[in-house]
Write a protein that binds this ligand. Structure first.
Ligand code: UDP
Ligand code: MG
Length: 319
Protein backbone atom coordinates (compact mmCIF):
# COMPACT_ATOMS: atom_id res chain seq x y z
CA UNK A 1 0.00 0.00 0.00
CA UNK A 2 1.59 3.25 -1.10
CA UNK A 3 -0.83 5.77 0.41
CA UNK A 4 -2.10 5.40 3.95
CA UNK A 5 -5.54 3.79 4.26
CA UNK A 6 -8.55 5.87 5.22
CA UNK A 7 -10.30 4.02 8.03
CA UNK A 8 -13.92 4.63 8.97
CA UNK A 9 -15.20 3.44 12.34
CA UNK A 10 -18.95 2.95 12.12
CA UNK A 11 -20.97 3.15 15.34
CA UNK A 12 -24.70 2.36 15.35
CA UNK A 13 -26.32 4.35 18.15
CA UNK A 14 -29.74 3.94 19.65
CA UNK A 15 -30.31 6.06 22.75
CA UNK A 16 -26.61 6.24 23.47
CA UNK A 17 -26.38 9.87 24.61
CA UNK A 18 -24.65 8.68 27.79
CA UNK A 19 -22.23 6.22 26.26
CA UNK A 20 -21.34 7.93 22.98
CA UNK A 21 -19.23 10.81 24.33
CA UNK A 22 -17.08 8.30 26.21
CA UNK A 23 -16.80 5.79 23.40
CA UNK A 24 -16.27 8.32 20.62
CA UNK A 25 -13.45 9.93 22.60
CA UNK A 26 -11.81 6.57 23.25
CA UNK A 27 -12.03 5.45 19.61
CA UNK A 28 -10.90 8.83 18.40
CA UNK A 29 -7.84 8.59 20.64
CA UNK A 30 -6.94 5.26 19.08
CA UNK A 31 -7.38 6.57 15.53
CA UNK A 32 -5.35 9.69 16.36
CA UNK A 33 -2.40 7.72 17.61
CA UNK A 34 -2.55 5.42 14.57
CA UNK A 35 -2.60 8.50 12.34
CA UNK A 36 0.28 10.06 14.29
CA UNK A 37 2.40 6.94 13.91
CA UNK A 38 1.75 6.94 10.17
CA UNK A 39 -0.32 3.79 10.01
CA UNK A 40 -3.57 5.29 8.79
CA UNK A 41 -4.54 8.43 6.93
CA UNK A 42 -5.46 11.64 8.73
CA UNK A 43 -8.67 11.53 6.71
CA UNK A 44 -9.83 8.56 8.77
CA UNK A 45 -13.04 9.27 10.60
CA UNK A 46 -15.76 8.03 12.91
CA UNK A 47 -19.25 7.65 11.46
CA UNK A 48 -22.08 7.62 13.99
CA UNK A 49 -25.45 6.33 12.82
CA UNK A 50 -28.32 7.60 14.92
CA UNK A 51 -30.94 4.88 14.71
CA UNK A 52 -33.95 7.04 15.51
CA UNK A 53 -32.94 7.72 19.12
CA UNK A 54 -35.22 9.69 21.37
CA UNK A 55 -32.71 10.79 24.00
CA UNK A 56 -30.61 13.50 22.40
CA UNK A 57 -28.06 11.19 20.79
CA UNK A 58 -28.18 13.29 17.62
CA UNK A 59 -27.27 16.40 19.61
CA UNK A 60 -24.22 14.56 20.95
CA UNK A 61 -23.23 13.54 17.41
CA UNK A 62 -23.61 17.11 16.11
CA UNK A 63 -21.44 18.41 18.92
CA UNK A 64 -18.73 15.84 18.22
CA UNK A 65 -18.93 16.59 14.49
CA UNK A 66 -18.37 20.28 15.11
CA UNK A 67 -15.42 20.10 17.49
CA UNK A 68 -12.74 20.37 14.81
CA UNK A 69 -10.42 17.60 16.10
CA UNK A 70 -8.14 16.16 13.46
CA UNK A 71 -9.93 12.82 13.33
CA UNK A 72 -13.39 13.89 12.22
CA UNK A 73 -16.68 12.62 13.57
CA UNK A 74 -19.49 12.44 11.04
CA UNK A 75 -23.07 11.46 11.58
CA UNK A 76 -26.09 10.23 9.71
CA UNK A 77 -29.51 9.83 11.25
CA UNK A 78 -32.09 7.27 10.20
CA UNK A 79 -35.57 8.69 9.94
CA UNK A 80 -36.81 6.25 12.57
CA UNK A 81 -35.64 3.29 14.60
CA UNK A 82 -34.84 0.39 12.27
CA UNK A 83 -32.73 -1.83 14.53
CA UNK A 84 -29.03 -2.46 14.92
CA UNK A 85 -28.53 -4.41 11.66
CA UNK A 86 -30.08 -1.76 9.45
CA UNK A 87 -28.32 1.06 11.26
CA UNK A 88 -25.03 -0.74 10.76
CA UNK A 89 -25.73 -1.42 7.10
CA UNK A 90 -26.62 2.24 6.52
CA UNK A 91 -23.30 3.25 8.06
CA UNK A 92 -21.27 0.68 6.12
CA UNK A 93 -22.89 1.64 2.81
CA UNK A 94 -22.17 5.27 3.54
CA UNK A 95 -18.57 4.58 4.55
CA UNK A 96 -17.95 2.39 1.48
CA UNK A 97 -18.02 5.55 -0.64
CA UNK A 98 -15.14 7.26 1.15
CA UNK A 99 -12.96 4.75 3.02
CA UNK A 100 -10.47 1.97 2.34
CA UNK A 101 -11.75 -0.10 5.23
CA UNK A 102 -14.50 0.23 7.81
CA UNK A 103 -14.60 -1.11 11.35
CA UNK A 104 -18.02 -1.59 12.93
CA UNK A 105 -18.27 -1.36 16.69
CA UNK A 106 -21.07 -0.83 19.23
CA UNK A 107 -21.43 2.45 21.06
CA UNK A 108 -21.10 0.87 24.50
CA UNK A 109 -17.42 -0.20 24.29
CA UNK A 110 -18.28 -3.75 25.35
CA UNK A 111 -15.99 -4.74 22.50
CA UNK A 112 -12.48 -3.63 23.38
CA UNK A 113 -11.66 -0.80 20.93
CA UNK A 114 -7.92 -1.52 21.25
CA UNK A 115 -8.50 -4.51 18.96
CA UNK A 116 -8.97 -2.00 16.13
CA UNK A 117 -5.18 -1.53 16.07
CA UNK A 118 -4.63 -5.22 15.33
CA UNK A 119 -7.52 -5.30 12.83
CA UNK A 120 -5.93 -2.47 10.88
CA UNK A 121 -2.54 -4.20 10.98
CA UNK A 122 -4.13 -7.35 9.49
CA UNK A 123 -5.86 -5.25 6.86
CA UNK A 124 -2.57 -3.66 5.88
CA UNK A 125 -1.10 -7.16 5.57
CA UNK A 126 -3.82 -8.01 3.05
CA UNK A 127 -6.83 -9.40 4.94
CA UNK A 128 -10.11 -8.15 3.53
CA UNK A 129 -12.26 -9.10 6.51
CA UNK A 130 -11.08 -9.26 10.12
CA UNK A 131 -13.52 -10.69 12.66
CA UNK A 132 -13.40 -9.60 16.28
CA UNK A 133 -13.97 -12.68 18.43
CA UNK A 134 -14.53 -12.67 22.19
CA UNK A 135 -11.80 -14.46 24.07
CA UNK A 136 -14.06 -14.91 27.08
CA UNK A 137 -17.58 -14.17 28.12
CA UNK A 138 -16.79 -13.69 31.79
CA UNK A 139 -18.64 -10.40 31.99
CA UNK A 140 -21.84 -11.78 30.47
CA UNK A 141 -24.37 -13.30 32.82
CA UNK A 142 -24.42 -17.10 33.04
CA UNK A 143 -27.79 -17.04 31.31
CA UNK A 144 -26.71 -14.83 28.39
CA UNK A 145 -23.55 -16.88 27.89
CA UNK A 146 -25.40 -20.19 27.73
CA UNK A 147 -28.29 -19.01 25.58
CA UNK A 148 -25.81 -17.46 23.15
CA UNK A 149 -23.84 -20.72 22.93
CA UNK A 150 -27.03 -22.70 22.37
CA UNK A 151 -28.02 -20.40 19.51
CA UNK A 152 -24.65 -20.78 17.77
CA UNK A 153 -25.04 -24.54 17.97
CA UNK A 154 -28.60 -24.46 16.69
CA UNK A 155 -27.65 -22.16 13.83
CA UNK A 156 -24.77 -24.40 12.77
CA UNK A 157 -27.04 -27.42 12.92
CA UNK A 158 -29.41 -25.60 10.59
CA UNK A 159 -26.60 -25.08 8.10
CA UNK A 160 -25.91 -21.41 8.82
CA UNK A 161 -22.23 -20.56 8.64
CA UNK A 162 -21.25 -18.07 11.35
CA UNK A 163 -18.04 -17.20 13.18
CA UNK A 164 -18.25 -18.49 16.77
CA UNK A 165 -18.47 -15.78 19.45
CA UNK A 166 -18.25 -13.03 16.86
CA UNK A 167 -20.83 -10.27 17.05
CA UNK A 168 -20.75 -7.37 14.62
CA UNK A 169 -17.32 -6.09 15.61
CA UNK A 170 -15.23 -6.44 12.47
CA UNK A 171 -13.18 -4.73 9.82
CA UNK A 172 -14.17 -4.92 6.19
CA UNK A 173 -12.15 -3.67 3.26
CA UNK A 174 -13.75 -1.44 0.69
CA UNK A 175 -13.99 -4.39 -1.67
CA UNK A 176 -15.82 -6.47 0.92
CA UNK A 177 -18.13 -3.50 1.55
CA UNK A 178 -18.88 -3.19 -2.14
CA UNK A 179 -19.73 -6.88 -2.34
CA UNK A 180 -21.92 -6.54 0.75
CA UNK A 181 -23.78 -3.81 -1.13
CA UNK A 182 -24.86 -6.45 -3.67
CA UNK A 183 -26.71 -8.50 -1.05
CA UNK A 184 -30.11 -6.98 -1.48
CA UNK A 185 -32.13 -8.89 1.10
CA UNK A 186 -34.40 -7.25 3.62
CA UNK A 187 -34.16 -9.76 6.45
CA UNK A 188 -30.70 -8.68 7.47
CA UNK A 189 -28.43 -11.00 9.42
CA UNK A 190 -24.98 -9.61 8.71
CA UNK A 191 -23.17 -12.32 10.68
CA UNK A 192 -24.50 -14.86 8.23
CA UNK A 193 -23.90 -12.83 5.08
CA UNK A 194 -20.33 -11.77 5.69
CA UNK A 195 -18.81 -15.27 5.88
CA UNK A 196 -20.58 -15.92 2.54
CA UNK A 197 -18.69 -13.04 0.95
CA UNK A 198 -15.55 -15.15 1.25
CA UNK A 199 -12.30 -13.23 0.57
CA UNK A 200 -9.22 -13.52 2.78
CA UNK A 201 -10.08 -13.15 6.42
CA UNK A 202 -8.70 -13.61 9.89
CA UNK A 203 -9.69 -13.37 13.52
CA UNK A 204 -8.59 -11.01 16.28
CA UNK A 205 -9.57 -11.94 19.83
CA UNK A 206 -10.40 -9.50 22.59
CA UNK A 207 -11.99 -9.50 26.02
CA UNK A 208 -15.56 -8.40 26.19
CA UNK A 209 -16.36 -5.93 28.94
CA UNK A 210 -19.49 -4.41 30.40
CA UNK A 211 -21.28 -1.37 29.00
CA UNK A 212 -19.60 1.99 29.72
CA UNK A 213 -23.00 3.61 30.26
CA UNK A 214 -26.70 3.14 29.57
CA UNK A 215 -28.39 -0.22 29.33
CA UNK A 216 -28.68 -3.04 26.80
CA UNK A 217 -31.07 -2.49 23.91
CA UNK A 218 -31.13 -6.24 23.35
CA UNK A 219 -33.40 -7.91 25.88
CA UNK A 220 -34.03 -11.66 25.57
CA UNK A 221 -37.10 -11.10 23.42
CA UNK A 222 -35.10 -9.24 20.75
CA UNK A 223 -32.23 -11.75 21.00
CA UNK A 224 -34.60 -14.64 20.38
CA UNK A 225 -36.25 -13.06 17.37
CA UNK A 226 -32.82 -12.10 16.02
CA UNK A 227 -31.62 -15.71 16.20
CA UNK A 228 -34.75 -17.06 14.59
CA UNK A 229 -34.30 -14.47 11.84
CA UNK A 230 -30.75 -15.70 11.39
CA UNK A 231 -31.86 -19.26 10.81
CA UNK A 232 -34.87 -18.56 8.66
CA UNK A 233 -33.01 -16.05 6.47
CA UNK A 234 -30.35 -18.55 5.52
CA UNK A 235 -31.60 -22.04 5.74
CA UNK A 236 -34.33 -24.06 4.09
CA UNK A 237 -33.31 -26.98 6.29
CA UNK A 238 -36.33 -26.91 8.65
CA UNK A 239 -38.54 -27.63 5.61
CA UNK A 240 -36.37 -30.53 4.60
CA UNK A 241 -36.78 -31.92 8.10
CA UNK A 242 -40.54 -31.98 7.63
CA UNK A 243 -40.04 -34.01 4.47
CA UNK A 244 -37.67 -36.36 6.31
CA UNK A 245 -40.14 -36.78 9.15
CA UNK A 246 -42.85 -37.68 6.62
CA UNK A 247 -40.62 -40.34 5.07
CA UNK A 248 -39.71 -41.81 8.46
CA UNK A 249 -43.38 -41.91 9.43
CA UNK A 250 -44.08 -43.83 6.24
CA UNK A 251 -41.57 -46.47 7.36
CA UNK A 252 -43.14 -46.62 10.83
CA UNK A 253 -46.51 -46.85 9.07
CA UNK A 254 -45.45 -50.11 7.42
CA UNK A 255 -44.59 -51.59 10.84
CA UNK A 256 -47.83 -50.33 12.37
CA UNK A 257 -49.79 -51.77 9.42
CA UNK A 258 -48.26 -55.20 10.00
CA UNK A 259 -49.16 -54.98 13.69
CA UNK A 260 -52.72 -53.87 12.90
CA UNK A 261 -53.22 -56.60 10.29
CA UNK A 262 -51.91 -59.26 12.67
CA UNK A 263 -54.32 -58.00 15.34
CA UNK A 264 -57.16 -58.02 12.80
CA UNK A 265 -56.44 -61.55 11.62
CA UNK A 266 -55.93 -62.93 15.12
CA UNK A 267 -59.29 -61.39 16.06
CA UNK A 268 -58.03 -59.26 18.98
CA UNK A 269 -58.90 -55.97 17.24
CA UNK A 270 -62.06 -54.03 18.10
CA UNK A 271 -64.14 -53.48 14.98
CA UNK A 272 -63.33 -50.22 13.19
CA UNK A 273 -59.98 -49.84 14.95
CA UNK A 274 -57.89 -51.36 12.13
CA UNK A 275 -59.17 -49.13 9.36
CA UNK A 276 -58.78 -46.03 11.55
CA UNK A 277 -55.23 -46.93 12.57
CA UNK A 278 -54.19 -47.64 9.00
CA UNK A 279 -55.61 -44.42 7.60
CA UNK A 280 -54.37 -42.16 10.43
CA UNK A 281 -50.77 -43.29 10.02
CA UNK A 282 -50.79 -43.48 6.26
CA UNK A 283 -52.49 -40.13 5.73
CA UNK A 284 -50.36 -38.50 8.41
CA UNK A 285 -47.14 -39.45 6.65
CA UNK A 286 -48.55 -38.52 3.23
CA UNK A 287 -49.53 -35.08 4.50
CA UNK A 288 -46.07 -34.43 5.94
CA UNK A 289 -44.39 -35.58 2.73
CA UNK A 290 -46.68 -33.31 0.73
CA UNK A 291 -45.88 -30.33 2.97
CA UNK A 292 -42.19 -31.17 2.64
CA UNK A 293 -42.41 -31.20 -1.16
CA UNK A 294 -44.21 -27.86 -1.18
CA UNK A 295 -41.51 -26.68 1.23
CA UNK A 296 -38.78 -27.66 -1.23
CA UNK A 297 -40.33 -25.36 -3.83
CA UNK A 298 -40.82 -22.56 -1.34
CA UNK A 299 -37.17 -23.01 -0.37
CA UNK A 300 -36.18 -22.48 -4.00
CA UNK A 301 -38.41 -19.42 -4.29
CA UNK A 302 -36.90 -18.09 -1.07
CA UNK A 303 -33.39 -18.33 -2.52
CA UNK A 304 -34.45 -16.77 -5.84
CA UNK A 305 -36.30 -13.92 -4.18
CA UNK A 306 -33.24 -12.98 -2.14
CA UNK A 307 -31.43 -12.42 -5.41
CA UNK A 308 -28.04 -12.67 -3.75
CA UNK A 309 -24.92 -12.43 -5.89
CA UNK A 310 -24.17 -15.89 -7.24
CA UNK A 311 -20.41 -15.60 -6.82
CA UNK A 312 -17.80 -13.14 -5.64
CA UNK A 313 -14.47 -12.84 -7.47
CA UNK A 314 -11.50 -12.72 -5.12
CA UNK A 315 -8.51 -12.40 -7.49
CA UNK A 316 -7.70 -11.53 -11.09
CA UNK A 317 -4.51 -12.00 -13.06
CA UNK A 318 -3.27 -10.52 -16.32
CA UNK A 319 -5.31 -7.35 -16.19
N1 UDP B 1 -28.62 -0.37 18.50
C1 UDP B 1 -29.18 0.26 17.38
N2 UDP B 1 -30.51 0.14 17.15
C2 UDP B 1 -31.35 -0.60 17.98
C3 UDP B 1 -30.76 -1.26 19.11
C4 UDP B 1 -29.40 -1.13 19.33
O1 UDP B 1 -28.47 0.91 16.61
O2 UDP B 1 -32.55 -0.66 17.72
C5 UDP B 1 -27.17 -0.24 18.74
C6 UDP B 1 -26.81 0.20 20.14
O3 UDP B 1 -26.80 1.61 20.24
C7 UDP B 1 -25.41 -0.39 20.31
C8 UDP B 1 -25.50 -1.66 19.49
O4 UDP B 1 -26.60 -1.52 18.62
O5 UDP B 1 -24.41 0.44 19.76
C9 UDP B 1 -25.64 -2.91 20.34
O6 UDP B 1 -26.70 -2.79 21.24
P1 UDP B 1 -26.59 -3.21 22.77
O7 UDP B 1 -25.23 -2.88 23.30
O8 UDP B 1 -27.74 -2.63 23.49
O9 UDP B 1 -26.77 -4.80 22.66
P2 UDP B 1 -26.05 -5.93 23.58
O10 UDP B 1 -24.58 -5.65 23.57
O11 UDP B 1 -26.65 -5.81 24.92
O12 UDP B 1 -26.40 -7.21 22.88
MG1 MG C 1 -23.74 -3.94 24.11
Amino acid sequence: MTTLPVIAVVIPCYNEAEALPVSAARIRGILMSLADSGEISNDSYILCVDDGSGDGTWGVIEKLAADGEHIAVRGIALAHNRGHQYALLAGLNEAALTCDAAVSIDADLQDDPEAIVEMIRRFREGDEIVYGVRASRDTDTHFKRNTARAFYKLQNMMGLETVYDHADYRLMSRRALEILGQYREHNLFLRGIIPQIGLSHSIVTYDRGTRVAGESKYPLRKMLSFSIDGITSFSARPMRWIFGTGLSLLVIDVLISIYVLVALISGTAVSGWSSLMLSVWFLGSLILIAIGIVGEYIGKIFIEVKDRPRYNISKRAGY
